[in-house]
Structures are given as structure tokens and as C-alpha cells.
Write a protein that binds this ligand. Structure first.
Ligand SMILES: Nc1nc2c(ncn2[C@@H]2O[C@H](COP(=O)(O)OP(=O)(O)OP(=O)(O)O)[C@@H](O)[C@H]2O)c(=O)[nH]1
Ligand SMILES: [Mg+2]
Length: 215
């Protein structure tokens, strides 16, 4: 006899993600899960965002890397609280790790908590952490074929930041192709071009962030 259960059975990660999500909702915190390949500029974007929005938006960061606390130190140097998770081999963060990290930073009282996931364009996309929204970063030097090669990650993005736009004249990278390929898998995500090092386009990113905080 076949019994059908209408209730979805949550795995441990999903259960924990739900608790994180409740914590964010109860404390009026916008939580953003930032996903990209290694080196696309996640930490640089977050550091610049913290510097530029000091006094306006209270930001804390949970950093995920396989090894080292280099990124957490960069975030602290930019002026925000940060906690580093070293996954010691795992290619993505888990919701349980985020729960632990939330106890190590002054999370309550923040407007925004960024979770910088382990640099990887595949694995992090399959593990919810309790975030409200996902930020996917693609940088120009990675090449314009990434959205079509790694559609899963781009499909689940709420905003896609095309970073290192300052290098566009030096690299064979078609913005038109990237945008068209993203639109095949994701017709809703905002797509913003920026350079975290020159500052070009950063104001559009800040405006997107402001619009999500007030929602
Ligand atoms: N030209 C240029 N370089 C950039 C830009 N953003 C970041 N970089 C450089 O790219 C390199 C990697 O930047 P990170 O911010 O460490 O990248 P990440 O995504 O955090 O890397 P992982 O945490 O290792 O995955 C650094 O040397 C940055 O200075 C940009 O907009 N333009
Ligand atoms: Mg980083």
C-alpha cells in the first residue's frame, strides 16, 4: 500500500535553515547569502559596501572558507563585525554552521547580515542557510560562459553582480551574451554591473540593498 504524505520531510540542514530564518525575521535582519567562484570579488565588494555605508546600515558578516580567517580580518579592517567559519574541506556552508556563527557575532541589532559562502559556483547553491535572498557574483575575467555552464547557481539568484567591469576592455567578455544566458534560467534577478575597486556601479548595488531593507 502506498501512503502519500503531503508534508515535506525536512532534512537536518533545512530544519536548521528554518530556525535561522525565524531568527532573522524576529530580529528584523535582512540576511544575504553571497555565492560565487573563488576570487570573483565577494570580500572586496562586502568590504567596500561596509566602508561606504557606515553610519547608514548596520552590517555584520559571516565568512566561509575552507581554510584561514583572511576574509574575516579584511571585513573587520573595513569596520564591521565578522566571524570566520573554516569548513576544513567542505565546499559549502551548512545552516548548522551559520547557527553557530550567529552566536559569535552581535547579530541582533544588525540591519544586514551577509554570509560569504565558500568560493564555489556549484555546491553552495544546493544548501539553504536561512537567508532571505541570494547574491551571485560573476567577475569579468571568469569568462562569459559561466551562466550557461553553471545554470543552477544563477537560476536561484535574486541579484547578480557582474564585478570587475573595469577589466571589460581587456578581456573577451560579452555582456550581451551573459545577460541573455542568465535570462534563459532566471527572468527575475536584478543584474548589476560594477567594479568594487573603482567604485563604478556600486551605488546601484547600494540602492538595491536599501530597497530590500525597507521591504
Ligand atoms: N580589477 C578588479 N579587481 C577586483 C575587483 N574586485 C575584486 N578584485 C580583486 O580580485 C581579487 C579577489 O578578490 P576577493 O574579494 O578576495 O574575491 P573573493 O570572491 O572574496 O575570493 P574567495 O573568498 O577566495 O572566494 C583581489 O585581488 C581583488 O583586489 C574589481 O572590481 N576589479
Ligand atoms: Mg572572499
Amino acid at each position: 500500500m502506498k501512503i502519500s504524505l503531503n508534508k515535506k520531510i525536512l532534512d537536518k540542514n533545512e530544519e536548521c535553515a528554518m530556525q535561522n530564518s525565524e531568527f532573522f525575521a524576529d530580529n528584523d535582519i535582512l540576511c544575504l547569502n553571497v555565492i560565487s567562484s573563488p576570487g570573483s570579488g565577494k570580500t572586496t565588494i562586502l568590504s567596500q559596501t561596509i566602508r561606504d555605508l557606515t553610519g547608514e546600515i548596520k552590517i555584520a558578516v559571516i565568512e566561509g572558507d575552507i581554510r584561514t580567517d583572511i576574509d574575516a580580518k579584511k571585513i573587520r579592517a573595513a569596520g564591521a563585525s565578522a566571524v570566520q567559519i573554516e569548513t576544513k574541506g567542505s565546499c559549502h556552508l551548512s545552516a548548522q554552521q551559520v547557527t553557530g556563527a550567529l552566536m559569535a557575532i552581535p547579530a541582533a541589532g544588525m540591519d544586514v547580515i551577509f554570509i560569504e559562502n565558500v568560493g564555489n559556483l556549484v555546491c553552495p547553491s544546493d544548501f539553504v542557510l536561512g537567508e532571505d535572498l541570494r547574491v551571485v557574483v560573476l567577475s569579468v575575467p571568469e569568462g562569459d560562459d559561466k551562466p550557461i555552464k553553471y545554470p543552477g547557481t544563477f537560476a536561484k539568484a535574486d541579484v547578480i553582480l557582474i564585478n570587475k567591469i573595469d577589466l571589460i576592455d581587456y578581456i573577451d567578455f560579452s555582456l550581451e551574451r551573459v545577460i541573455a544566458d542568465i535570462r534563459v534560467v532566471n527572468d527575475k534577478a536584478e543584474i548589476l554591473q560594477l567594479s568594487a575597486t573603482t567604485g563604478e556601479g556600486m551605488e546601484n548595488w547600494y540602492n538595491w540593498l536599501r530597497s530590500k531593507i525597507t521591504q
